[in-house]
Design a protein. Structure first.
Length: 87
């Protein structure tokens, strides 16, 4: 039994790019049945220092997948999902 991957998006309020990123990610993940946590980068000094200039940032189990623009092919590669997800 494998653990569910932990996907986290770091964003901030009033960030149009962040809103687009989250909407696109939600659509992409819905197709494969995964969810993500949304965190405010400004709420924690460590994450602000780490990701503050890069938001939005998507991490998978603590490793950066992409930032700025969603790279869904890279996410799927990192998730090691099969090329065809037909049931």
């Amino acid at each position: 039994m494998s653990a569910e991957p932990q996907l986290v998006v770091y964003s901030r309020e009033d960030c149009g790019l962040c809103d687009e990123f989250v909407a696109e990610l939600a659509t992409g993940l819905q197709a494969i049945g995964l969810a993500f946590d949304l965190r405010d980068v400004d709420a924690d000094p460590l994450t602000l220092r780490r990701y503050g200039l890069k938001v939005p940032v998507l991490t998978l189990d603590g490793e950066i997948v992409c930032h700025g623009r969603l790279d869904l092919p890279e996410l799927l590669r990192m998730l090691r999902l099969p090329p065809s997800m037909d049931s």
